[in-house]
Design a protein around this ligand. Structure first.
Ligand SMILES: *Cc1c(COP(=O)(O)O)cnc(C)c1O
Length: 386
């Protein structure tokens, strides 16, 4: 692939714009062309392209940019975050093996494990978001540890370097879902984690209009993932690759604004009479703040808050919002809000939700990049009716 040689040590914002771009020798166009073929010639070529071999130019362009951002040697681009996560776990764990996972992992990951692992003969232990709990769950059969930080929706933080250390000490592959933080705020591979995965559907895509995922790490680890990925087949088409490449050019810029907006909104909500509690790792006093300070460059655009009236009528509050939209998913330019008890965590029993701390009045806000005063005014007018 014809990538122009870029200066070394360019900053993330510059990587976002330039890294990986396919140099168009035909026209000299400054953007990567979109390669739509699913069939490629094979004579006199070392490596034949094929979408499900994960080696088409548009796939490679995006992987190059993301690898550079995450300090990875290589990566595999997928058609969804779950394709990236399930393929990655299955690449390192099989019959008789054991996997340790945080019980606050993304609901889809949780469901994948509980629905499929028994049948596959893979043992597993879900633990609280704590390094000690992870350490205690490790057995002689443990092959993979899977973590997230911040977690959804309570924004708990785990010490990434400490978990990576456990993996190194025991020869266990550590996998981190870095969707909430993005590589702009947090670089798990630089802290010793083996494989970083993302739902690119969220901040990487950033405009709530595409679905994709990625796994990134050393050449050795990603080769293992690639071999499994070719069997399972969750590859991404060229047009969506291009949309993702286009989105990534503004990732650093968007994330900077998401962080600024979320920090301000978190502080204002924490001081609001109608709000009992705010969960945002960037607020001093929030549990995890010290660890977040150590391992995050910015605290991200996700925050949760609990209504002071115990959650009486969160739907009425949501319906009064005029700018912030009640919708699932996150990470787009527009502010979105949802009640986890009725959306992401609806399948859990009330007891299980209670144990995790997810009350009926808990609301999760994906802070967009709008003018922060407009978001605040909208939240305030809706809160004032409670
Ligand atoms: C959305 C999400 C996923 C799943 O990604 P899809 O693209 O929906 O498959 C995984 N992890 C986290 C943290 C997510 O938010």
């Amino acid at each position: 692939m014809a990538e122009k040689t870029l200066p070394e040590n360019i900053a993330p914002g510059t990587i976002c714009v330039h890294s990986g771009t396919f140099h168009d020798g035909v026209t000299g166009g400054v953007n990567s062309p979109i390669f739509t073929s699913s069939s490629y010639e094979y004579l006199d070529r070392e490596d034949t392209c094929y979408p499900r071999y994960f080696n088409t130019p548009n796939q490679e362009v995006v992987v190059a940019k993301l690898s550079n951002l995450e300090h990875a040697e290589a990566g595999v681009l997928f058609s969804s975050g779950m394709a990236a996560i399930s393929t990655t776990i299955l690449s390192f764990a099989g019959r008789g093996d054991h996997v340790v996972l945080l019980d606050e992992l993304y609901g889809g990951t949780h469901a994948f494990v509980t629905d499929c692992f028994d049948r596959l003969g893979i043992g597993y232990t879900f633990v609280k978001t704590s390094v000690d709990a992870v350490a205690r769950a490790i057995t002689a059969e443990t092959r993979v540890i899977v973590i997230e930080s911040p977690t959804n929706p309570l924004m708990n933080i785990i010490d990434i370097e400490a978990v990576a250390g456990l993996g190194i000490a025991h020869g266990i592959v550590t996998v981190m879902d870095n969707t909430f933080a993005t590589p702009i705020n947090q670089k798990p591979l630089a802290l010793g984690i083996d494989v970083v995965v993302h739902s690119g559907t969220k901040y990487l895509g950033g405009h709530s209009d595409l679905c994709c995922g990625v796994a990134l790490g050393s050449r050795e680890h990603t080769q293992t993932i690639l071999a499994m990925a070719r069997h399972l087949g969750g590859s991404l088409n060229g047009i969506t690759c291009y949309l993702l490449e286009r989105s990534l050019k503004t990732l650093a810029l968007r994330v900077e604004r998401h962080c600024l907006n979320a920090r301000r909104i978190g502080a204002e909500l924490a001081a609001h009479d109608a709000v009992r509690r705010v969960y945002y790792p960037g607020l001093p006093g929030c549990s995890g703040y010290e660890t977040a300070l150590k391992q995050m460059k910015g605290f991200g655009g996700m925050l949760s808050f609990e209504l002071a009236n115990g959650g009486v009528g969160p739907d009425a509050f949501l319906k009064r919002l005029r700018l912030v939209r009640p919708a699932v998913s996150l990470g787009g330019v527009e502010s979105l809000i949802c009640a986890p008890a009725h959306t992401s965590h609806a399948k859990l029993s009330a007891t299980e939700r209670h144990r995790l701390g997810i009350t009926d009045g808990l609301l999760r806000l994906s802070v967009g990049i709008e003018e922060v005063d407009d978001i605040l005014a909208d939240l305030d007018q809706a809160l004032s009716t409670l």
